[in-house]
Design a protein around this ligand. Structure first.
Ligand code: FES
Length: 106
């Protein structure tokens, strides 16, 4: 089971067990601890699932699509390791991945 370590907007750190095939967004949303989060339900159209992937994992989470890139460009918080968590499917290769939820957009 791929495990996700996530730091929430309030600084709290959680470890969440996932299942291969679920997205990183699913795991964070299922904690019920972030709001607003994943407002579009994974459709890559809201940007509220924005996370910063820990640098050591960024090369393993897959490539950013052009559409995701455009969505991330709309965030004033975009950083070098920004991703939309709805676009990252958890696999066993991501066991232990660590991310921080980006600040909510005003
Ligand atoms: S859930 Fe809306 S962009 Fe990811």
């Amino acid at each position: 089971m791929p495990t996700l370590h996530v730091t929430l907007r309030n600084g709290e750190c959680l470890t969440v067990e996932g299942r291969p095939g679920l997205t990183m967004m699913d795991l964070i949303r299922n904690t019920g601890r972030e709001d607003p989060f994943a407002v579009c339900g994974g459709g890559c159209s809201c940007g509220t699932c924005h996370v910063f992937v820990d640098q050591e994992w960024i090369d393993r989470v897959g490539d950013v699509t052009a559409f995701e890139d455009d969505m991330l460009d709309m965030s004033p918080h975009r950083g070098a390791t920004s991703r939309l968590s709805c676009q990252i499917v958890m696999t066993d290769a991501l066991d232990g991945v660590s991310v921080t939820v980006a600040p909510a957009q005003a």
